[in-house]
Design a binder for this molecule. Sequence first.
Ligand code: C5J
Length: 269
Amino acid sequence: MSAAGAWAISESCACASAVGINGPDLARQAQVIHRNGPHVEAALPVRTIAAEPEPLAVDIGRMALVIIDMQRDFLEPGGFGAALGNDISRLKSAVGPCADVLAAARRAGILIIHTREGHRADLTDAPPIKVERGDPAMRIGALGPMGRILVRGEPGHDIIPELYPVAGEPVIDKPGKGAFYQTDLELMLKNRGIETLLVCGVTTEVCVNTTVREANDRGFRCVVLSDCCASYFPEFHDMGLKMIKAQGGIFGSVSASGAAIAALSAASS
Ligand code: C5J
């Protein structure tokens, strides 16, 4: 039996002693005792999340919500997304489901991390090949209606009001598409004992996909919530999700907000 299988049974038994504990499971049990005290039976928040290619048994206490780049620069008129000629209205569909998952994650008390793509004001952390793309008047660093495009501290760089972080929710400022590249995200996740990431955000095929690939290579299991992600190109959104879950979940799983909220709600009740 796999570790995940053993812990799925523990959900229905609600008792660690009923689980056939093998070596790795024993190690996990010891970690749970260390984190939550001696009451092992009460410290098994394992829930099954409906997902593709298959349902997943997830230890909610080791799960984090990661919301990628829900910034004004990508979702509002006058930002980076619009400057590239994209139809920004296509990203709006992800906002409501993301807000619902965010609320459920806050109720459950899991780690919530927000990311923002952007650069220092002097653009020293922006590769020239990235800055030099597109119309010079609308490039990274150019002055737009929401301040300098994709520059930290500018209004457009900030997270949209609907999903604004609250105190205690780390915000990762990333210079690249992947949230692990040149950031302390991996350190934070490891320090908190996180093993599963619920992933939301934009755009599906760029920063979400890149981050999920990076996470997979670092040993984190990713569950991407399809309705909480969006792309300027619907076909890229669909294909981006298919790439993740193909071949037995080659670098992650795909689920949806309803399934994640059900698991989080069960864990918080
Ligand atoms: C892009 C992102 N698309 N957050 N960034 O440039 O996906």
